[in-house]
Design a protein around this ligand. Structure first.
Ligand code: UD1
Ligand code: CA
Length: 461
C-alpha cells in the first residue's frame, strides 16, 4: 500500500506532491518501481485523494490499483480508508509516496525480517544527519540496553525536550500483520498537534497490547529520505542522479565532474564514451560506445550510435544520429531529425523532421526543415529550406551528391536532382534536374572608375 493522498502543503505547489519529479520521474513512479520485487501491480494499492484523478492518470499505466481517501485526515486515516482493499491478505507493506530513493532489496529485507521475526509491525528506521521533521523511534530497553523492539513512534511536533536528542527516525515504510492492525486501527485519535490520525501511533497502541513491534535500520539513511520541501526535492534529485552516474561509471563510461551531470535513470550509455562537465541526458536517451559528449549539451529522447562526437552546446530532442557523425558546436536537432553515418552538422544549424544522408555536411548557419538530404550532399553556409507558406509545410528533397552553394534559399516543395549544383545565393523555386547547374540570382555588373568619379563629385559640392 502506497500512501499518496496528501497535498504536500510545504512544497507550495499547484502540482500534487507525489507528481513532482526527481531524476526525471515522478516521486510516485519511483515508489511504485521499488515495490515491483515484492508485489505485482495487481497487489499494489495506491491511496489517492488530493487531485486524485490527476495522480491516477499519471501512474495508471503501471497497472496498480487505487483507493480514494476523500478527506486527508492523516496517514492512519489513509490506511483505514484502504482497509477494504486489504481483505484476504495476511500482511501488508505500507510505504509513503514521498520517499522515492528506496531500493527494492531493502523492501525485500524488511519483509523477510518481518516474517522471520514473527512481528506485528516491522518498521524501517534510519539515522540521517538531520532527523528534524521525522517521527522518532522509542526503543524498548533490557538491562539499560536498547533492543530491536519499539514501544512508540513520536512525531516531531509531539517530541518532549529530552526526546529531541533521538537520532533514529521512522522512514514511514513498514510491514504490518493485518489482523491486529485492522482490529485496533479504530483506537487512533486526532487529538495531537496536527489534528490528524497518525499511523505511527499504531506502534504504541500495539506495543502496549504486547504485540511485537520491531525496527530494522536501513543500510543507508539516504534511501529513506522524504520530500517535504523544494530544498529536499533538489537534494533527492541530486542523490538520484549521483546513483545514475555511479551506475554508468561502473559500466565503463567516463564522466568528468559527475556532480554536474544531469542524467535520467532510464538513460543508457555505451562503453568508453566520455561525458564532459555540465551535460544533460534525458528521457530514455541512448548513447552508443566510444562517443564524446562535450559540455553544455541537452540531449532528450534521442538515440546516438557509436563513435559520435557532440561538441559543446548542442540541443537534441527526439532525434537519431548514426555512427561516426559530428555535431556542433551549437547544433539544434529538433524532433525527427535523422543524421546519417559520418555526417556533419555544424554551428548554428537547426534541423527539424529532416534526414541527412551518410557523409552529408551542413557545417554552418542553416535551417533544414522537412527535408530529405541524400548521401554526400554538401549544404553551404547559410542555406535555408523555406518549408512554410504560412499555412502548410512542404518538403525539400536534395538527392545524393548535390552541392548547395552558400546562402541559398530552397523554396519548398522543391527537388534538387542527384549531383546537381546550386550557385551561391540562389533562390531556388523550381526543381533542379540531376547533374545540372542552377543559378538564380541577379547578375553582377562592374562599373570601372565609378568610385573615384563619385569622390570627386562630393569634393566639388
Ligand atoms: C510521516 C510519518 C513520520 C515519518 C515520515 C517519513 C506519520 C504521522 N508520520 O511524516 O513518522 O518520519 O513520514 O517520511 O505518518 N498521506 C495520505 N493521506 C493523509 C496524509 C498523508 O495519503 O491524510 C500520504 C502523503 O501523500 C505522503 C505520506 O502519506 O505521501 C506521508 O505524509 P506526510 O504528510 O508527508 O507525513 P510526514 O509528516 O512526512
Ligand atoms: Ca513526508
Amino acid at each position: 500500500m502506497i500512501l499518496a493522498a496528501g497535498k504536500g502543503t510545504r512544497l507550495k505547489s499547484r502540482v500534487p506532491k507525489v507528481l513532482h519529479k526527481i531524476g526525471g520521474r515522478t516521486l510516485l513512479e519511483h515508489v511504485i518501481a521499488s515495490t515491483a520485487a515484492v508485489a505485482p501491480p495487481a497487489d499494489t494499492v495506491v491511496v489517492i485523494g488530493h487531485e486524485a484523478e490527476r495522480v491516477r492518470t499519471a501512474v495508471a499505466a503501471t497497472g496498480v490499483k487505487f483507493v480514494e481517501q476523500r478527506e486527508q485526515r492523516g496517514t492512519g486515516d489513509a490506511v483505514r480508508c484502504a482497509a477494504p482493499a486489504l481483505a484476504g491478505y495476511e500482511h501488508a507493506l505500507v510505504l509513503v509516496g514521498d520517499a522515492p530513493l528506496l531500493r527494492p532489496q531493502t523492501l525485500q529485507r524488511l519483509r523477510d525480517v518481518h516474517l522471520e521475526r514473527g512481528a506485528d509491525i516491522t518498521l524501517l528506521s534510519a539515522e540521517p544527519d538531520d532527523p528534524t521533521g521525522y517521527g522518532r523511534i522509542i526503543r524498548a530497553t533490557r538491562n539499560g540496553e536498547p533492543t530491536d523492539e519499539v514501544t512508540a513512534i513520536v512525531e516531531q511536533k509531539m517530541l518532549s525536550p529530552d526526546q529531541l536528542a533521538i537520532r533514529e527516525i521512522n522512514s514511514g515504510i513498514y510491514c504490518f500483520r493485518l489482523p491486529p492492525l485492522l482490529q485496533h486501527i479504530g483506537e487512533l485519535s486526532d487529538k495531537n498537534a496536527a489534528g490528524e490520525f497518525y499511523l505511527t501511533d499504531m506502534a504504541g497502541i500495539l506495543s502496549k497490547r504486547r504485540y511485537r513491534v520491531v525496527a530494522v535500520p536501513a543500510e543507508s539513511a539516504t534511501e529513506v529520505l522524504g520530500v517535504n520541501s523544494r530544498a529536499e526535492l533538489a537534494q533527492l534529485d541530486a542523490a538520484e542522479r549521483r546513483r545514475t552516474c555511479l551506475r554508468l561509471m561502473a559500466e565503463g563510461v567516463t564522466i568528468y565532474r559527475p556532480e554536474t551531470a544531469v542524467i535520467d535513470a532510464d538513460v543508457q550509455v555505451g562503453q568508453d564514451t566520455v561525458i564532459e562537465p555540465f551535460v544533460q541526458l534525458l528521457r530514455g536517451t541512448k548513447v552508443g560506445a566510444d562517443c564524446h559528449i562535450q559540455s553544455y549539451c541537452v540531449i532528450s529522447g534521442s538515440e546516438i550510435a557509436e563513435g559520435v562526437t557532440v561538441r559543446p552546446g548542442c540541443i537534441l530532442t527526439d532525434s537519431r544520429v548514426a555512427r561516426g557523425a559530428h555535431l556542433g558546436p551549437y547544433s539544434h536537432l529538433r524532433p525527427e531529425s535523422e543524421i546519417g553515418e559520418g555526417a556533419h552538422v555544424g554551428n548554428f544549424v537547426e534541423t527539424k523532421k529532416t534526414r541527412l544522408g551518410r557523409g552529408a555536411k551542413a557545417n554552418h548557419l542553416s535551417y533544414l526543415g522537412d527535408a530529405q538530404i541524400g548521401e554526400g550532399v554538401n549544404v553551404g553556409a547559410g542555406t535555408i529550406t523555406c518549408n512554410y507558406d504560412g499555412v502548410n509545410k512542404h518538403r525539400t528533397v536534395i538527392e545524393d551528391g548535390a552541392f548547395i552553394g552558400s546562402d541559398s534559399t530552397l523554396v519548398a516543395p522543391v527537388k534538387i536532382g542527384a549531383g546537381a549544383y546550386v550557385g551561391a545565393a540562389s533562390c531556388i523555386t523550381e526543381d533542379v534536374p540531376a547533374d545540372s547547374l542552377a543559378v538564380a540570382r541577379g547578375r553582377q555588373a562592374n562599373k570601372p572608375g565609378w568610385a573615384s568619379a563619385r569622390r570627386a563629385e562630393r569634393q566639388k559640392k
